[in-house]
Design a protein around this ligand. Structure first.
Ligand code: FAD
Length: 232
């Protein structure tokens, strides 16, 4: 598609003053974007798609022009998601979410989709701009990491010791049941912070240990818990 054709397709399109950048250049950027971009009317009937949209969905431009975006629906996304989507965009707000989409060949994919209303000079909705990418692989990897974390935690849960893994900001990344019990005993006060403070008081140089990849052993710290006779 050339810029002139798009201009004819989108009557009433307001072209802002782009300074040194011409509208043709903006069009070339959209055409060459690696993200699937579509422009629709107020009912989501498609007026424009870029080449990345064709590659991702498997549909040629001429097959989808005039069709509703629902052509991409795999009919697996809960209808409440569409209610939220339409409530947001008709309220002139942008919407971002993940939908189950279907390529031309029937293959399902997870689409991370952004929709923004394009307003005219009167502030009314002229078009909707949709930008989406395939996040199927990212989602599968996230699920895999989640499963692996659950597996590691179930192994750690069977250990009769407190185990906790935290990052440099002391955010807990992984823990076990014994740690969670200690957290309960401390009434929600994060044991990791107390433990690190106690280690520092024992003279353990935690920064050097982290920096040099060293460990430490044979170091005892004592946590006195309010309301309990025995220390931990
Ligand atoms: P329907 O039964 O037609 O709609 C389900 C519900 O959606 C309805 O009950 C209603 O609450 C709401 N709804 C649908 N159309 C309208 C409307 N015109 N006005 C108000 N509410 C409405 N959908 C996808 O599945 N994948 C996409 O990639 C995708 N991209 C989109 C990009 C843009 C720019 C826009 C504007 C919409 C996009 N949609 C997409 C939404 C799509 O247009 C359909 O609304 C959706 O696919 C549901 O269609 P359906 O035929 O499955 O169900």
């Amino acid at each position: 598609m050339r810029f002139g054709e798009l201009r004819a397709t989108l009557p009433g399109m307001v072209l802002p003053d782009c300074g040194l950048l011409s509208p043709e250049l903006f069009f070339a950027i959209v055409q060459q974007s690696p993200l699937a971009i579509s422009i629709t009317d107020h009912k989501a009937d498609i007026l424009y798609v870029n080449p990345a949209f064709e590659t991702l969905t498997g549909y040629d431009r001429d097959e989808v022009l005039g069709e509703n975006e629902s052509i991409l629906s795999h009919k697996q996304t809960p209808v409440t998601v569409y209610h939220e989507l339409w409530a947001a965009i008709q309220g002139k707000c942008a919407w971002r979410g993940t939908l189950v989409n279907r390529r031309r060949n029937g293959e399902a994919y997870l689409a991370e989709l952004n929709i923004s209303p394009v307003l005219n000079e009167q502030g009314d909705i002229s078009f909707f701009l949709g930008i989406h990418r395939d996040v199927t692989e990212v989602h599968a990897l996230e699920k895999q990491v989640h499963h692996q974390k659950a597996l590691i935690e179930s192994v750690l849960d069977s250990a009769p010791v407190v185990v906790v893994l935290f990052d440099a900001e002391q955010n807990v990344i992984l823990d076990n049941q014994a740690y969670k019990k200690l957290l309960g005993d401390l009434r929600g006060c994060e044991p990791a912070g107390l433990f690190l403070d106690a280690l520092r008081q024992e003279g353990v140089d935690l920064e050097a240990i982290c920096r040099d990849g060293l460990g430490f052993a044979e170091t005892e710290v004592r946590l006195d818990i309010a309301g309990r006779v025995e220390p931990r």
